[in-house]
Design a protein around this ligand. Structure first.
Ligand code: GLN
Length: 459
């Protein structure tokens, strides 16, 4: 299937940056052997999976969609990858993404864009457009993505797949090349809510190798998905977030959203409107905190330790190039425009004299956003909104307008700032363009099971 539809940077879905056919077939054969030997198997043993190229894979390239990591082969597996291998899932390869997970369309990949399988002139969402497109195009039944501001849920929404951002700390970040440490979280991309629950139960859990990993069990997720699938939501209180719908949102998105809300009511849920007034500041807050963290994280790409190294013939002042010259020229060649933009934003927000006004202020607003969630979850069990304000837009449409690109994550970013879990489930197709719409369900930290229960009730 990958051979038939994936194509390359110029045509086709282009969900994969690297396909490991040989490795995947060997792992599949080993799974067959375990099965015929009657060994006890994990329920996903033998089910192929695609992995976003931001998670390290021992012996397989990991580029993060960047030229600066071209040719780098990690010597170790991310914890998520280690767990996937241990359970016997063949890894098909590494999926395309916006460079260092910065973007909402996968067009910021240094290796060419991924195309939406529903309409290849359109974006598959981002930054994890590769993982979502691979699942939507039947190139992989399961995939793993990462979500710092929406990069699992928004691609899920625009490709008609299920995408989950677990509670911060519920899935190990060890081996996840950091975009923003306080926001990043790995999670499932699947076709059904039950598949996602099986996958999160597999990749989640405490990991001593990640100091922010939560050392506390989550309620069972597969059970929650099964319970939701009965279609009975009696007693569940659902809050529609006032600030995340209405004017400015695509009418076809709002129509499908309202239809899903009506389905929840039919299933017995009690639906009320809940206001979270600080959510309107989430985007501004995120675009101070995220660049601050990533400008510091990306400092390690110094032309000395990983991947690309460009050595100029002469240094800045004539003469032999210094280490600093090599660093400057390598970064200039290795980082794309969006990455450079965020490094500049981040170093500015952290610089002395501006720290309190920007980064410090953003941290305070972040606390207010968490408090809005806490207050809302005293009234309701889950909060809901459309996942993204529009369906998939045309490739190139927002590429030269960073702010328009950032606005795609309006509804997904609050959950990352507060560390709470969220799921995007398919809600049907918009009338005006026939493209998929996503329905987002958010729950309190560690109550991921609620996302699965309500999500499964909508399938
Ligand atoms: N689109 C958002 C950004 O560009 C989210 C990215 C993500 O979740 N990795 O930062």
């Amino acid at each position: 299937r990958i051979d038939a539809v994936d194509g390359d940077a110029t045509a086709g879905v282009h969900a994969f940056l690297h396909v490991d056919a040989e490795g995947a077939l060997a792992q599949a054969a080993a799974s067959d052997e375990r099965r015929s030997a009657g060994a006890p198997l994990h329920p996903l043993d033998g089910v192929p999976i695609a992995v976003k190229d931001v998670l390290t894979t021992q012996g397989l390239p990991t580029t993060c969609g960047s030229k600066i990591l071209e040719g780098w082969i990690p010597p170790y597996d991310a914890t998520v990858v280690r767990k996937i291998k241990a359970a016997g899932l063949p890894i098909l390869g590494k999926t395309n993404m916006d460079e260092f997970a910065m973007g909402s369309s996968t067009e910021h990949s240094a290796y060419g864009p991924t195309r939406n399988p529903w309409d290849q002139t359109r974006i598959p969402g981002g930054s994890g457009g590769g993982s979502a497109a691979a699942v939507a195009a039947y190139e992989a039944p399961l995939a793993v993505g990462t979500d710092t501001g929406g990069s699992i849920r928004q691609p899920g929404a625009v490709t008609g797949t299920v995408g989950v951002k677990p509670t911060y700390g519920a899935v190990s970040r060890y081996g996840l090349v950091a975009l923003a440490n306080s926001l990043d979280q790995a999670g499932p991309v699947t076709r059904t809510v039950l598949d996602a629950a099986l996958l999160q139960e597999l990749i989640g859990g405490h990991d001593p190798l990640d100091s922010t990993s939560v050392d506390q069990p989550l309620a069972p997720l597969v059970d929650a998905a099964r319970q939701g699938a009965t279609g009975d939501l009696a007693g569940v209180r659902v809050g529609v977030i006032t600030e995340l719908s209405g004017e400015g949102w695509q009418p076809g998105v709002m129509a499908r959203f309202q239809e899903s809300v009506d389905l929840l009511v039919k299933a017995g849920a009690e639906v009320v409107e809940v206001s979270c007034p600080t959510f309107v500041h989430a985007l501004a807050t995120y675009y101070l905190i995220l660049p601050a963290e990533c400008s510091s994280n990306l400092a390690k790409f110094d032309a000395m330790r990983y991947g690309l190294r460009v050595v100029p013939e002469t240094g800045k002042n004539g003469g032999l190039p210094s280490a600093e010259d090599v660093m400057r020229v390598t970064r200039d060649a290795g980082f794309g425009d969006e990455v450079k933009r965020r490094i500049i934003l981040g170093t500015y927000a952290l610089s002395s004299g501006y720290y309190d006004a920007y980064y410090g202020q953003a941290q305070k607003v972040r606390t207010l956003i968490s408090r809005d969630f806490e207050a809302a979850f005293e009234e309701v069990d889950v909060l809901v909104s459309p996942t993204a304000p529009t369906t998939a837009f045309e490739l190139g449409e927002k590429l030269d307008d960073p702010l328009a690109m950032y606005l795609n994550d309006l509804a997904t970013i609050p959950a990352n700032l507060a560390g709470v879990p969220g799921i995007s489930v398919p809600a049907g197709l918009a009338d005006e363009d026939g493209l998929p719409v996503g329905f987002q369900i958010l729950a309190p930290a560690l109550a991921d099971d609620r996302c699965y229960r309500v999500g499964a009730a909508l399938e």
